[in-house]
Design a protein around this ligand. Structure first.
Ligand code: AMP
Length: 130
């Protein structure tokens, strides 16, 4: 069965998309630790990050690098934190989190955003994506 993230890639489930190419996709986390919390995923459906083949893994990191640059231009923060967990959704995803305090990296701290805020954030990050 397709993962929820594959359904997002295929447009069967809506998302706040920030970037996409042939092999990778980035969108806002629906339950963000901090404003701008973004997930970067390979289109290939693989559960665990170190089960990716090395070139897909490297491509994912390069794509995440470009998304992080766009995030830094779009959100006020001290830096972009990066984390890989994957206990909830069995489809590789890199969390990119604009952080100001250590708690922004804890998945127990959550930010409530309106639909309008998500839309504005996604379009700002998309504009800054190169
Ligand atoms: P984890 O698998 O523990 O790394 O966490 C999965 C992440 O995916 C969580 O931060 C969720 O908030 C996020 N998430 C789950 N479903 C969606 C969705 N439909 N759209 C955006 N983010 C999601």
């Amino acid at each position: 069965m397709a993962t929820i993230f594959t359904k997002i890639i295929n447009g069967e489930i809506p998302s706040y998309k920030v970037a996409e190419d042939e092999n990778y996709f980035a969108f806002l986390d629906i339950n963000p630790n901090a404003k701008g919390h973004t997930l970067v995923i390979p289109k290939q459906e693989v559960n665990k990050i170190f089960d990716l083949d090395e070139s897909t893994y490297s491509g994912l990191m390069s794509f995440a690098y470009r998304v992080a640059k766009a995030l830094e231009k779009s959100v006020v923060c001290k830096r972009i934190g990066m984390s890989v967990v994957g206990l909830e959704v069995p489809h590789v995803h890199v969390h990119l989190i604009p952080i100001t305090i250590m708690d922004d990296m804890r998945f127990t701290k959550k930010e409530k955003l309106s639909n309008e805020e998500f839309v504005a954030l996604a379009s700002s990050i998309a504009r800054n994506f190169e």
